[in-house]
Design a protein around this ligand. Sequence first.
Ligand code: GCO
Length: 395
Amino acid sequence: MANTPDLRNDFLWGAATSAHQTEGNNVGSDMWRSEARRPERSGDACDSYHRYPEDMRLLADAGLNAYRFGIEWARIEPEEGLFSNAQLAHYRRMIDTTRELGVEPVVTLHHFSSPYWFTEDGGWTSDKGLDRFVRYVEKACTILDGVTWVCTMNEPNMVATSMTMRGLAEQGGQDLIAGGLPTPLEEHSLRLVEFHKAAVQVVRERTSAKAGWTVAQQSLVALPGGEAKHAELQWLWEDLFLEAARGDDFLGVQSYSSKNVDADGIVKQPDHPDNTLTGWAYRPDALGIALRHAWEVTRGLPLMVTENGIATGDDNRRIDYTTKALQALYSAVEDGVDVRGYLHWSAIDNYEWGHWAPTFGLIAFDRETFVRTPKPSLAWLGGVARRNGALESSG
Ligand code: GCO
């Protein structure tokens, strides 16, 4: 295993968050409303809306040189057509703060949450949806001066599965989804491709940034007899989105685990002591599968790991997982895959869409006082970053 890789000199080493999961009180968003039905609410979240300079400084002080964060459409356009210059200025200050700290900003325009008014009026499937999204992206571009990396939409395959789930629920088909997330319907996924393509065009016309989207890669593996089903699911869950990235400037690879596929479909991960706090299989090697597959399907698009990490309460396990994931990344690079950066999910423990228990952060925080406590994994990853990837220090 490669412990001292040959990475680009400008390789980005960082961590990632999303707006809704960290900012707190994102009251105008559809997610805020839907949380009423979830076990736990986001509430103040990490109060990163106010404390982002501290979050960024902790990453920079540790040795990281990149930070991926989201800007929140629901704040920027709280009512249809009503844009907030003050909120745009807030996100511009975030960009400026990264620059002051010598940290490269990687900006996500849409990370699961939309304004409530947008979703209520049909969201992605409304006839007006595309124009609404494009208008938001145009506004967002007014604050992106000097930003190099822009992610249009986070995990469109997960957005598509939630569109599909919503459709099934409306038809009373809850039983169909009882076994887990439904496979995204192709019509929903193709719809999101249109939104993404339009956003890429706007970003290219109005900024000098590189534009791409970030796909939740599944690292599906066919069990004997599951080959045909695997091919079908591989397309619907992943390859449709990866093919759509051809022609973009980069692809964001997001990888956590791997799943087996048999003749009936995705095999539910059995209970196992090694499972992570999200119930996923402990599979740091999934990142290698994801990178190699993305490289092949996109036909050689530059890749950025925009999320990779583990929900665990044991920080040594986080280091162990990340060490192995990085070894898989280095081996893909050795084989010619063009990887531009590694952004760990997540910078800080945050609201995991309904739950607080699955902790992915390099930094812990107190939910009452918001005091941040870096975990040993932050200093560890910062050290790896300072050595541009070397897993063991040479002295
Ligand atoms: C995702 C997300 C994050 C999750 C993470 C862990 O893109 O799915 O970007 O919001 O918190 O993946 O589940």
